[in-house]
Design a protein around this ligand. Structure first.
Ligand SMILES: NC(=O)c1ccc[n+]([C@@H]2O[C@H](COP(=O)([O-])OP(=O)(O)OC[C@H]3O[C@@H](n4cnc5c(N)ncnc54)[C@H](O)[C@@H]3O)[C@@H](O)[C@H]2O)c1
Length: 296
């Protein structure tokens, strides 16, 4: 048999590895989360889609069911630990196991309140931290013990961002801080799990600019976290530019493909469209740190 033929058979065998496995995806009613959920379902996985935006969630459920996918839709606000507990409980009730958790829900990039850090109302910090950091903490806190108890190979994927690798990002400071935290959290989680010889693998998804509704995050801001809008005139152009870059970003389907392939491989950091400029920013930041460390 030819080598190419063998490779195809091996690839098919590997690709089927996740058939019938159970995945939970947060923020799955739009953008990256929706694309990941669809990719997983398309590959034969049973997928629990969860989101705060009910109409979009149940519409996604309907569309996925029409495509013949095995889907459970649950309305969940990841910033509330009780909601995340119910998410885990209902998943276990329906499917018995959890093979993959994707902590993906996120808000607040280039939104209407984006401005200089000291001008940002506290409600802005509370909202973005609540979803982007506490949402992931809740996922880790509730799901990791269940996955540890299962004692078989499982995966936790956290949606970080290239915004978690580079600073400064004028007008996107709070978002960037949360993404730095989620990346550090993912690295620490991986290390802790390795110390305990756990079978859980952690992956840090670091998308670049993806064409999604992230710039319309305001649609999901809780009423109690509204405040006076202020965007410093100096930053208006910058924020407009972020919106333009996202609007012409790559398709979330490309991200979903990369995530699925990363599950099959040995990657920890998943990049999507890491532009040479981004690599250069990361390098420049690290070099500046190391240079200052050397100074007396
Ligand atoms: N779009 C990009 O360029 C980009 C780049 C890097 C990282 N990311 C990250 O990707 C993730 C997905 O964002 P997206 O770009 O697909 O945006 P999106 O707005 O299209 O999707 C985000 C989803 O999260 C949901 N959500 C918001 N608050 C929630 C809450 N409290 N509980 C549960 N669900 C909630 C929204 O309803 C929405 O369905 C986010 O973590 C975001 O920070 C996006």
């Amino acid at each position: 048999m030819k080598i190419s033929c063998l490779l195809i058979i091996k690839r098919d065998f590997i690709l089927n590895e996740f058939k019938d496995k159970v995945a939970v995806v947060t923020g799955a009613a739009s953008g990256i989360g929706q694309a990941i959920a669809e990719k997983f379902a398309h590959e034969g996985m049973k997928v629990v889609i969860s989101d705060i935006e009910k109409d979009a969630l149940f519409q996604t459920e309907e569309e996925f069911k029409q495509k013949g996918y095995e889907i459970l839709a649950l309305s969940v606000d990841v910033s509330k630990v009780e909601d995340v507990r119910i998410l885990a409980q209902k998943t276990i009730e329906k499917y018995g196991v959890i093979n993959v958790l994707v902590n993906n829900a996120g808000v607040g990039f280039a939104g209407e309140y984006s401005t200089a850090l000291w001008e940002s109302p506290l409600s802005e910090w509370q909202w973005i931290f609540g979803v982007n950091i506490w949402g992931v903490i809740h996922g880790i806190h509730v799901f990791t013990p269940i996955m540890l108890k299962q004692d078989f190979e499982s995966y936790i994927i956290n949606t970080c961002s290239i915004a978690g690798l580079i600073t400064p990002q004028p007008g996107a400071g709070i978002y960037s801080i949360t993404k730095h935290a989620v990346l550090a959290l993912s690295e620490s989680l991986r290390s802790d799990l390795e110390q305990f010889d756990s079978k859980i693998k952690v992956l840090a998804l670091c998308p670049g600019f993806i064409k999604t509704k992230i710039i319309e995050s305001e649609r999901n801001r809780p009423e109690e976290l509204y405040d006076k809008k202020i965007t410093h005139p100096k930053l208006e152009q910058q924020i407009k530019m972020y919106k333009q870059i996202i609007s012409s970003g790559i398709s979330p389907n490309i991200v979903a493909e990369k995530v699925y392939n990363a599950l099959l491989g040995e990657k920890f950091y998943i990049s999507t469209d890491a532009h040479p400029l981004v690599r250069n920013y990361v390098k420049t930041r690290m070099e500046a740190i190391l240079t200052d460390f050397k100074k007396k």
